[in-house]
Design a protein around this ligand. Structure first.
Ligand code: NI
Length: 195
């Protein structure tokens, strides 16, 4: 199977609600390793599985953005509880390169998830990691940060988003990106393997 690739807006998998992971195998461990490589290559601090066209409830994070520094976190089937407070800050997304805008997020929350070894994770988080977690959790539900902008979308931003849509359409017409039915079939294949 081909290696993973970062997908960008408006790829339909970014709007897909990911399914819970029911099994972790050696291949999935490799895939998570590839996700970290991709995240570092594009200078990100978090990456959801559906951003590499894997429709499963898993995301990774490294708030330092630095492979040497860590920590490298993997959250499987994450759930958020006890979200409190509101804080606004600028966000970006590897699937919307070049776009940054302010988003309101909860200040603190509790996350429940599993790691790659099946151990339960239960942590109270806030600050930058809290923001990453909320951004990535949204991805798993098919929600993008541009859906949650704190202010009305400025025209320049709307134009950038439109440009992504036009480019995607062109690539799909030329065959550089598979047609939606084929993309849907790829998702089903992954879901049959891990969900
Ligand atoms: Ni993102």
């Amino acid at each position: 199977m081909a290696s993973l690739q970062l997908i960008t807006y408006p790829h339909p998998t970014l709007r897909h609600r990911s399914k819970p992971v029911l099994r972790v195998d050696a291949r999935l461990k490799e895939l998570v390793g590839e996700m970290f490589e991709i995240m570092y290559e594009f200078r990100g601090v978090g990456l959801a599985a559906n951003q590499v066209n894997l429709p499963i409830r898993l995301f990774i994070a490294n708030p330092s953005g630095d492979k040497e520094e860590g920590p490298e976190l993997v959250f499987i089937n994450p759930e958020v509880n006890k979200a409190k407070g509101i804080v606004e800050a600028e966000e970006g997304c590897l699937s919307l390169p070049g776009i940054n805008a302010n988003v309101k997020r909860n200040k603190s929350l509790q996350i429940n998830a599993y790691d790659m070894s099946g151990n339960e994770i239960k942590a109270n988080i806030d600050g930058f990691l809290g923001r990453i977690v909320q951004h990535e959790m949204d991805h798993l539900d098919g929600v993008l940060f541009i859906d949650r902008l704190a202010e009305e979308i400025p025209r320049s931003l709307a134009e950038q988003i439109q440009a992504f849509e036009t480019m995607f359409e062109t690539k799909q017409k030329s065959g550089a990106i598979a047609k939606n039915e084929e993309l849907q079939a790829q998702l089903l294949e992954w879901e049959q393997k891990y969900c």
